[in-house]
Structures are given as structure tokens and as C-alpha cells.
Design a protein. Structure first.
Ligand SMILES: *Cc1c(COP(=O)(O)O)cnc(C)c1O
Length: 387
């Protein structure tokens, strides 16, 4: 028996690995599965981005080790995208860092700032990597519940003063996964105040910043005054340009915080394949119509799922961002029980809300990365059941 390190044994089983197992078992039994589980775009990467990769892959310069912090051209493309999109000035040399996907940066940043026993504030429910990264660094995750009565924003005044003073780092994430909640600039201002008062590093995960519906445009944390003094923001090309398989993202903002993350990365990885960075430049600076197309596709799917469930008597709000529907569980069910029933009786995979943290109990998450004909089929199957 090979004994694993405590840091691994302390972790819950990675949520999606668990769901994947149940799904595979059902598929093996011949069930026709409709999978609303993992948020992984089913739409292809736009062609002009693939062409840029193809061209750059043929240049031997790109076959060698990339630079640790990412090529300056990519970081310049990020800076000009930020300026165009958010009207924020970033110094591409010091205020932008290339990542092997946002997950990589999120997982590594606690290693740069958390000492054994330090507290990190994480959202509950939340993307599982916040907890994992903090735990791996020897830190103690302290959850901030995201509740409906607070519009799914953490109530910073409710954080125990002693905890706040001891906290070293805070993760926030808007547009939010799994809730598809939004944050306005007033909230970000409060976060900056809190961070200054308590000397906390803010890590805002803005992976879904480009997915807003019905005219809603998500904000960058860096838009509010003082944000760059206390924090950084993670972005990803994964969800915006259907590039989850490519592995490229970026962290932007405070140069000292980025330098800390950079030192960890220099010692652990060797950067992103140069040809993928060229493809990333094309994604950020080339035609942007694919974003509008994505938004239109997800919006149509969102409407079919939400309106379909509501016609069956459920009570599901329409999300205005991201590609998740956060579905309140009908009475008499728990999150886990509902997911189990949906899988067993309907061949439908959705994710139990409590898998993202205990405040997610009472909800399940559906990712809209499923073709609309399959969503219609899912509604039909759910309609044939009594809940
Ligand atoms: C998908 C996702 C990520 C990871 O993005 P990558 O760039 O593919 O690593 C990070 N944060 C949240 C909230 C996500 O949903």
C-alpha cells in the first residue's frame, strides 16, 4: 500500500471525477446520457485561431522552450484587449503574466503567499481549485457563503474580525461559477476597502467575463480605484474562444503579486507553447464575432432549459451571465438526491450544488454546453416524471 501525502488525503474527491464515474457506469449500461455536467464548450475553436496555431507551429523558433512569463507579444495583446474591453491600462511587462490556463494560476498562487496555517477566504459554493490550491500550500480555507438573500455576493461585514485580520488571500469569482451570479462595481469597491483594511491579497477569477446575455456586460475587478494595489485578475481564453483544450490564460494586475506567482511558475513549469501564444494573440486581436455567436447559442439553450423547466412547475431564474443554470431543487429533494434521480430515471447528468461547497445545498448546476435538441429531449424526459 503506497501512502499518499496528507495534503492529498485532506482533499475531497475532485467533483467532476466522481460524476464522470457515475456517468461512465450509466453509459456502460447502455443509457443514452444527456450531459449537463462539466462546463466545457462543445462548440469548436474559431478557424482563424486554428490557422494561427498551424502557421506558428511550423516555425522552429516556437519548438524551443518558451519564456517563463509568456512572450511579450502575447502580453501586449492582453494589455490592448484590456484597454479596449475595460478601459484599463496595463503594463504588459509587469502587469500581465501568461498562464497555462486560469486553473494553473489559481492553483499555484497560494504557494506564493500562503504560509503553513495562514487563512484564505474562498467562496462557498465555488470553483473547487480555490480550496485545493490553498490546501496544497498548507493554508486553511475559510468559506464565505454566497446566499440568495445577498444576491450571491459574500457578506464581507459578516466575516469574523479575527479571521479577516489573519486572512492572507481572498478568491472571488464573477461572473460566478457555479451560480452564474454577477458583481457590480459597488461590490468590488467594498472588496478593495476590505483588502486594504485587512491587508488581504484579492484574486478575482474573471474567466466568464465575456459571456453576458441580454445586453449585460460583466465588469473587471481592476475597473475600481485601488484594485491594482491589492489584487490581480485571472482570465482565460478557454470559455471565451472555445479553447479549453489549448491551455492558455492570463493573470493581470498588481506587479508584486504577479512576480510572486511568477517565481512559483518559473520553478515548476516552463510556460505555454509559443505557437499557442500566437494563436492566443489571434484570438484576442482578431475578429471577435465568435463571442457574439457563442452568446447567442448559449442564450437560446438557456431559454429552452429554463423556460422548459418553469413550464413543468419548477422555479428557475434566468441567468444573465456564464453558461450555467443554477436550479433550485424542488421540495422534498436534496441536491444529491435530485441528481441521482435525474441520472437514474432520465439519463441526465447535472452537478449537485453542495459539491461546490455546503452553501450550494438546495441547488443543482446545469452547464449549457449541450446541443439544443438534446436540451429539448431532456425537458421531455423530465416532463414524463413526477417531482
Ligand atoms: C473553467 C474555469 C476556470 C479554468 O479555466 P482554464 O483557463 O481552462 O484553466 C477557472 N475558473 C473558473 C471559475 C472556471 O469555471
Amino acid at each position: 500500500m503506497i501512502k499518499k501525502a496528507e495534503r492529498i488525503e485532506k482533499l475531497p474527491v475532485y467533483l467532476f471525477a466522481q460524476i464522470d464515474k457515475a456517468k461512465r457506469e450509466a453509459i456502460a449500461k447502455g443509457v443514452d446520457i444527456i450531459d449537463f455536467g462539466v462546463g466545457d464548450p462543445d462548440l469548436p475553436t474559431p478557424n482563424h485561431i486554428i490557422e494561427a496555431l498551424y502557421k506558428a507551429a511550423q516555425d522552429p523558433k516556437n519548438h524551443r522552450y518558451p519564456t517563463y512569463e509568456g512572450m511579450l507579444k502575447f502580453r501586449e495583446a492582453v494589455a490592448s484587449w484590456y484597454k479596449k474591453r475595460f478601459h484599463i491600462e496595463l503594463n504588459p511587462e509587469r502587469e500581465v503574466l501568461t498562464l497555462i490556463g486560469a486553473k494553473e494560476g489559481i492553483g499555484h498562487i497560494p504557494l506564493a503567499f500562503i504560509n503553513e496555517g495562514d487563512i484564505a477566504l474562498i467562496p462557498d459554493p465555488g470553483y473547487p481549485v480555490y480550496r485545493a490550491g490553498v490546501t496544497f500550500a498548507g493554508g486553511i480555507p475559510h468559506t464565505m457563503p454566497l446566499l440568495k438573500e445577498n444576491n450571491f455576493l459574500p457578506d464581507l461585514d459578516k466575516i469574523d474580525r479575527k479571521i479577516a485580520k489573519k486572512a492572507k488571500l481572498m478568491f472571488i469569482n464573477y461572473p460566478n461559477n457555479p451560480i452564474s451570479a454577477v458583481a457590480d462595481k459597488d461590490f468590488f469597491k467594498k472588496v478593495v476597502e476590505f483588502a486594504k483594511e485587512n491587508n488581504v491579497i484579492v484574486c478575482h477569477d474573471a474567466t466568464y467575463s465575456e459571456l453576458g446575455y441580454d445586453g449585460y456586460q460583466p465588469h473587471s475587478f481592476l475597473e475600481v480605484e485601488g484594485a491594482k494595489e491589492v489584487g490581480i485578475e485571472f482570465h482565460s481564453l478557454s470559455k471565451t474562444y472555445n479553447m479549453t483544450g489549448w491551455r492558455i490564460g492570463m493573470a493581470c494586475g498588481n506587479s508584486d503579486i504577479l512576480a510572486g506567482l511568477g517565481s512559483i511558475k518559473t520553478n515548476i513549469d516552463s510556460g505555454v507553447f509559443g505557437a499557442i501564444q500566437y494563436a492566443g494573440i489571434e484570438a484576442l486581436t482578431g475578429p471577435q464575432d465568435c463571442i457574439a455567436q457563442n452568446v447567442a447559442t448559449y442564450k437560446e439553450r438557456r431559454n429552452i432549459l429554463v423556460n422548459g423547466l418553469n413550464k413543468l412547475g419548477w422555479d428557475v431564474p434566468l441567468p444573465k451571465v456564464a453558461f450555467y443554470v443554477w436550479i433550485p431543487v424542488p421540495e422534498k429533494y436534496t441536491s444529491a438526491k435530485l441528481c441521482e434521480t435525474l441520472l437514474e430515471k432520465c439519463g441526465i447528468v447535472m452537478t449537485p450544488g453542495n459539491g461546490f461547497g455546503k452553501s450550494g445545498e438546495g441547488y443543482i448546476r446545469a452547464a449549457l454546453t449541450v446541443d439544443k435538441s438534446r436540451i429539448e429531449e431532456a425537458i421531455k424526459r423530465i416532463g414524463s416524471l413526477k417531482f
